[in-house]
Design a protein around this ligand. Structure first.
Ligand SMILES: Nc1nc2c(ncn2[C@@H]2O[C@H](COP(=O)(O)OP(=O)(O)OP(=O)(O)O)[C@@H](O)[C@H]2O)c(=O)[nH]1
Ligand SMILES: [Mg+2]
Length: 301
């Protein structure tokens, strides 16, 4: 092992929808975490790995920190805040604005409790017309917290994404290579498949329904010729939602299925045969038992 090799854990935290998952995907150069324009897309900690000659960064994408309205929300916030204690560098992502709300102040308070270096990432700068405004955003944030660095970026347009990595390596300690250099994630394929199905549902359905959706993989098997058969269930909270998810003559479910099947197939580099069912579990987001069944067990945090 080279003596100048650095390694460690880096969490991406922030309010929902600020672009944490998008940035992580662009940092590692592959789409692993699902993204959507709906807040509260990410529900679990998604771990990915980036390796180059400088060292190895293990990224933790986390759910958006928000005011929880149910047990699932509490679980999500606790997953995110828990990572603060176990990393070497914190990336705090924010929107490009001078408006600092209760959500941001809450996060700033959490950050004051840890001694870990914090890099403030002002994301979505592609949406800022007058680039001089960025200086005022920086000034506003400097007032509420102290940062090791502040980097304006656009995750989507890949502006300054490399600068984020350079900066992380500055603060990462020397250490061993934890994963071999080809490893991108340790998420099980089953889980990635479930997430991709949920992503398609999130992207294709209107506002209210996606928040109450969970996806479970009932069966995932490989045929001799390499083809993968997947049977999955989309769980929702109301009969009326079930109708919308299935759509007229099954059209919506078919759209979700086709899109998910293609992406899972590309990722696994094989053909996928996907069967989807829909079922209703009223208020599962407030049920310990159901949450555990769907992969959101507070004991695992
Ligand atoms: N214009 C612009 N949009 C972006 C950028 N980064 C992310 N987005 C968009 O912002 C939305 C949210 O992105 P996500 O990556 O899902 O955000 P997140 O912070 O992971 O959200 P949660 O998982 O819900 O907490 C998506 O529609 C992205 O395409 C950016 O740099 N510029
Ligand atoms: Mg996310």
């Amino acid at each position: 092992m080279e003596q100048n090799f650095k390694s460690g854990f880096v969490t991406l935290i922030g309010r929902p929808n600020v672009g944490k998952s998008t940035l992580m995907n662009h940092l590692i150069g592959q789409k692993i975490a699902i993204t959507s324009d709906k807040p509260q897309t990410t529900r679990n900690r998604i771990q990915t790995v980036y390796t180059d000659e400088r060292g190895q960064i293990i990224f933790l994408d986390t759910p958006g920190i928000h005011k929880a309205k149910n047990k699932l929300g509490e679980y999500m916030v606790s997953v995110a805040e828990h990572t603060l204690k176990e990393v070497d560098v914190i990336l705090w992502l924010v929107e490009p604005t001078t408006f600092i709300g209760a959500g941001e102040r809450h996060i700033a308070e959490q950050l004051k409790k840890v001694k870990t270096p914090v890099i403030l990432v002002i994301n979505k700068i592609d949406t800022v017309k007058n680039k001089e405004d960025i200086l005022t955003f920086i000034a506003a944030y400097k007032d509420i917290c102290s940062f090791s660095e502040i980097i304006p970026v656009s995750a989507l347009k890949e502006i300054n994404v490399e600068d984020v990595k350079d900066s992380i390596f500055k603060y990462l300690p020397y250490g061993p290579q934890f994963y071999d250099e080809d490893t991108v994630t340790d998420q099980p394929m089953r889980q990635i498949a479930a997430e991709l199905i949920r992503e398609k549902a999130l992207r294709m359905l209107d506002d209210e329904i996606p928040h109450g959706i969970a996806v479970t993989i009932e069966r995932m098997t490989e045929r001799k010729n390499g083809m993968i058969d997947i049977e999955a269930t989309i769980v929702c909270e109301r009969d009326s939602h079930k109708g919308i998810i299935i759509g007229k003559g099954g059209s919506m479910l078919k759209k979700i299925g086709t899109s998910a099947r293609m992406e899972i197939g590309n990722l696994m580099d094989t053909q996928v045969n996907l069967k989807l069912w829909v079922k209703v579990r009223k208020e599962w987001r407030d049920s310990d038992l159901y949450m555990k069944n769907y992969g959101y067990n507070p004991k695992d945090i």
